[in-house]
Design a protein around this ligand. Structure first.
Ligand code: ASP
Length: 346
């Protein structure tokens, strides 16, 4: 009798213990997943990258010149970072950063744009908001001080995406964008470069002998809400023929954003277009499951040839990738909680 009573006690204990875990465990799990979800929402980190053109510049560049480029990249980055840090939108960060670069004559966008074969400046720009799958672009502008801002207005207020030449100028007439005399864009260094190119280079179907130089500008950013935006602005390629349209205003070639990635290109526009490069990077990443860096390597080193182009991209996790196969690309980037980077060469 005694023996039988005793043998029941451990069983009773085990049953009670089992019951406790069976009923308690789901509650604990639910709480954990609840916390994880809340943390995730706060985890969205902002990130921004910009470029001031890819091409080849000799590492022998004077210290003074190098310092000027570095200071410009630094100032441009600070504009975007400031907006994102304060919880501003990636759309504002991209537009304002590009505007600064358009104003800076060191770069081939806005003031300081390269010359066409006719000795003029014809500007292209595009912006894309991946959260809306919406874009705006203009090509062949001659009097718009900040082409990126016109592109934004086209995106936000027009039912069209891309305006060209006279039509783009007429559209600008109906907006508040600042206008300037075409002379405003001309700077002596670009004029000299054009004269040299004009002497050495015809219109043959060949790679321009480092004729496209560097200086196209672009910016990509993701903000705290996960909104991805890409913007690019350029004067095109030195000595380009009248009416030539490059990759920059062609959505999916030089500029692209969706809900996974934002991309801006620089380099030989015809090659960038033939490879539908910015979209190719986005689709490689999406459909192969490759990381941002792996997808970038595929585009820059497998699809494109050496000496052709460079790209900057951010993804929705706040990862940044900046890569060129041309030897150098003026670039800068920063993401939340990380140090900034400024670079020209590898
Ligand atoms: N991609 C630009 C164009 O072809 C030029 C550049 O990025 O330097 O218009």
């Amino acid at each position: 009798m005694y023996k039988r009573t005793f043998s029941f006690l451990p069983i009773l204990f085990l049953v009670t213990l089992f019951g406790f875990f069976t009923f308690e465990l789901p509650t604990v799990t639910a709480q954990m997943s609840g916390n994880t979800t809340v943390e995730k929402a706060h985890e969205q980190k902002w990130a921004i990258a910009l470029h001031g053109g890819a091409g080849y510049v000799s590492p022998d560049m004077s210290d003074e010149r190098k310092a000027r480029y570095m200071a410009a990249l630094d100032s441009a980055l600070a504009i975007g970072v400031d907006i994102l840090e304060q919880g501003g939108s990636s759309l504002d960060a991209v537009e304002q950063t590009v505007r600064y670069l358009e104003d800076n004559p060191l770069f081939n966008a806005g003031r300081g744009a390269v010359f066409t074969s006719e000795g003029k400046n014809e500007l292209d720009a595009a912006i894309m908001d991946g959260s809306q799958m919406n874009a705006g672009a203009a090509t062949g502008l001659t009097t718009v001080k900040h082409p990126i801002s016109l592109a934004r207005i086209i995106m936000e207020e027009s039912r069209h995406i891309l305006f060209a030449g006279d039509g783009a100028e007429q559209f600008a007439d109906q907006t508040i964008v600042e206008r300037v005399d075409p002379e405003y864009f001309k700077v002596p260094a670009r004029y000299e470069a054009w004269k040299r190119a004009n002497e050495n280079q015809g219109y043959l179907k060949s790679q321009p002998d480092n004729g496209w130089k560097m200086g196209t500008v672009g910016c990509v950013a993701v903000d705290k809400t996960g909104r991805l935006v890409a913007g690019t602005s350029t004067g095109g390629m030195t000595n380009k023929r009248y009416g030539r349209v490059g990759d920059v205003p062609i959505i999916g070639s030089g500029t692209y954003a969706d809900d996974h990635i934002a991309v801006s290109a620089t380099g030989w526009g015809e090659r960038i277009m033939l490879n539908v490069s910015a979209h190719r990077l986005a689709s490689h990443m999406r459909y192969t499951g490759a990381s941002l860096n792996e997808s970038m390597d595929y585009l820059v080193y497998e699809l494109l040839n050496e000496g052709e182009a460079g790209f900057i991209a951010v993804d929705r996790e706040g990862n940044i990738s900046m890569e060129t196969n041309t030897g150098s690309m003026f670039r800068a980037s920063q993401s939340e909680g990380e140090e900034k980077t400024l670079a020209i060469w590898k």
